[in-house]
Design a protein around this ligand. Structure first.
Ligand code: CP
Length: 309
């Protein structure tokens, strides 16, 4: 919480490149420490007495539960703020909501549709704003993805990743995360579903060199990690028939995995089994999707304690 007299510039986390490479690695190291602390049952109440506001305009399982559980484990508290439970749903301007929340809580996690809206929250907030997913970015997911890749591949050196499917918000933040950690990324999407060119440019400015293709086999061949996500995201349900047709050939299934004998399979969840990924692949030995889901907890705790220290 900040008052009118003690306001300082907070650090926000609206996308992965709000962190430098060194800062990202520090957060990932802390995430590993928290994971070990949970496994050992060690006390790590580093945010005792602190409160996180969680503003949700979209549904969530993992983001909501991992942030709320994380604050409990850190000795703090989290408040769920559904848009329709607060005055925002009755037309209060976002900037007023943001200013007022800053006077109560120590950080705000926001899941909003438009990326501009999380930027407005950040502009008017005197406490850190954490992006819990917008239409353009999902940086908290990327933190967990990178923690998961590092633990399964024993580091980032020499790792190659293939993104197969929609060049959506998860893909865009993942591209930035790969650039910061020197993961060699190939992105396979159908025409018309590419990662935004501006995001690719940012990835290149960070030292990455993502390859873009429309061929999922080319992307998957000899990859260490194959990552996919739903073809129909929240708010795109009306486009279902068109999208199902456009993504034909982009399913992560056993045929595709034959091109990458050592690859682990990632998915940020929720998955639509039988669409972007088959049931046998997500249940198979090479699937690390529930390690990914678990690491949301550790990575976000690390981010929050790093932002608030
Ligand atoms: N991956 C992810 O963000 O899951 P939820 O939508 O359940 O939060």
């Amino acid at each position: 919480m900040t008052t009118a007299t003690n306001e300082t510039e907070p650090r926000h986390f609206l996308d992965v490149d709000d962190l430098s490479e060194a800062e990202l690695l520090a957060v990932l190291d802390r995430a590993d420490e928290y994971k070990r602390a949970v496994d050992a049952g060690d006390d790590h109440a580093d945010l005792s007495g602190q409160t996180l506001g969680m503003l949700f305009q979209k549904a969530s399982t993992r983001t909501r539960v991992s942030f709320e559980t994380g604050m409990t484990q850190l000795g703090g508290h989290a408040i769920f703020l559904g848009e329709d439970d607060i005055q925002l749903g009755r037309g209060e301007p976002l900037k007023d909501t943001s200013r007022a929340l800053s006077r109560y809580v120590d950080a705000v996690m926001a899941r909003v549709f438009k990326h501009e809206n999380v930027e407005v929250l950040a502009e008017y907030s005197s406490v850190p704003i954490v992006n819990g997913l917008t239409d353009d970015a999902h940086p908290c997911q990327t933190l967990a993805d990178l923690q998961t890749i590092r633990e399964h591949e024993d580091g980032f050196e020499g790792v190659s990743a293939a993104w197969i499917g929609d060049g959506n918000n998860v893909a865009q933040s993942f591209a930035l995360g790969c650039a910061l950690t020197d993961i060699d990324l190939t992105i396979a999407t159908p025409e018309g579903y590419e990662v935004d060119g501006e995001v690719l440019e940012r990835a290149r400015e960070l030292g990455g060199d993502p390859t873009v293709t429309t061929d999922p086999v080319e992307a998957a061949t000899d990859a260490d990690v194959i990552y996919t996500d739903v073809w129909i995201s929240m708010g795109q349900e009306d486009e279902r028939d068109v999208r199902m047709n456009d993504f034909e050939g982009f399913q992560v299934n056993t045929d595709l995995l034959e091109n990458a004998p050592d690859a682990s399979v990632m998915h940020c969840l929720p998955a639509h089994r039988g669409e972007e990924v088959t049931d046998d692949v997500i249940e198979g030995d090479r699937s690390i999707v529930f390690d990914q889901a678990e690491n949301r907890l550790h990575a976000q705790k690390a981010l929050l304690s790093w932002l608030l220290e």
